[in-house]
Design a protein around this ligand. Structure first.
Ligand code: ADP
Ligand code: MG
Length: 260
């Protein structure tokens, strides 16, 4: 497998009882590539993202991530390997400070006489170094995130992901609850992340967002890949036809068993 391929899915299937949610999904994500994953409700997008991020077991198929062929047994295992999943919006925990956000779920704890104690000073030093390295200025790392601007928050989130060795970001409808300006910043942040060699898969049902941010558009329809096209070589109309399956009802229709 070529080194610039970060994620490769081969024939991934997933059944829920009698429902075949995924019926053989194959595609690749390169390092630094943004993939928009589109498809109608129930197409299988969320199921696929959960399988990639260790939240759900596949029924069959193969996955290769960062040179290793395997599926992840849990979200924490996927996270440790460099897969970050953003579910609702891109926001941080606003009621705690920058350091707490930077170390969320990865706190440095030492035990003194069996009692776990947070290593605040050590965590603050690591955070300060990472933020400084990225050229971001934040007045105080002990400020609750609610008092920081949107741009500062995104910088923290971005630096945190890069600092912890992030390689692939999965976003399932990340801007559903956000306004126009926040969405614009979020899209810019996605591009900034990708420019650092990180792969991105973003699920969205908003065509304009897909065309704004993606290098490649992958359409899932009824659990199969109905289209995999470079953003520059397609159009919103064509993608809509892939989503609805309308193009299949045109001239390229499969021959009927008894002729026309
Ligand atoms: N936990 C589950 N149990 C049973 N069926 C499920 C479950 N999760 C998803 N499905 C079914 O799998 C199909 C794909 O769902 P989903 O991946 O959520 O689609 P999308 O995210 O594209 O809207 C749907 O038919 C859905 O009802
Ligand atoms: Mg979904």
């Amino acid at each position: 497998m070529s080194d610039d391929i970060l994620l490769k899915l081969e024939n991934v299937t997933r059944n829920f009882g009698a429902i075949e949610a995924l019926r053989g999904i194959s595609f690749e994500v390169k390092r630094g590539e943004v993939i928009a994953l589109l498809g109608d409700n129930g197409a299988g997008k969320s199921t696929l993202v959960k399988i990639i991020s260790g939240g759900l077991e596949p029924t069959s198929g193969q996955m290769t991530f960062d040179g290793q062929q395997r599926f992840f047994a849990s979200p924490s295992e996927a996270k440790a390997a460099g897969i970050e999943t953003v579910y609702q919006d891109l926001s941080l925990c606003t009621n705690v400070d920058v350091v707490a956000n930077f170390f969320m779920g990865r706190e440095i704890v030492k035990k003194y006489f069996g009692i776990p104690v947070l290593q605040e000073r050590e965590m603050e030093a690591v955070t300060a170094k990472a933020i400084a390295n990225a050229g971001t200025r934040i007045p105080s790392l002990r400020t609750n995130v609610e008092y920081l601007s949107g741009g500062q928050r995104q910088a923290i989130e971005l630096n945190r992901f890069v600092h912890w060795g992030g390689k692939l970001v999965l976003l399932d409808e990340p801007f559903a609850a956000l306004g126009v300006e926040q969405t614009r910043r979020g899209l810019a942040m996605i591009k900034q992340i990708a420019a650092q060699g990180i792969g991105v898969i973003i699920i969205t049902h908003i065509m304009a967002q897909a065309f704004q941010v993606a290098d490649r558009i992958v359409v899932i329809r009824q659990g199969k890949v109905a289209g995999n096209v470079e953003r520059n070589r397609t159009s919103p109309d064509e993608v809509v036809r892939m989503i609805t399956g309308e193009s299949l009802e045109g001239a390229a229709q499969e021959p009927r068993p008894n002729g026309p």
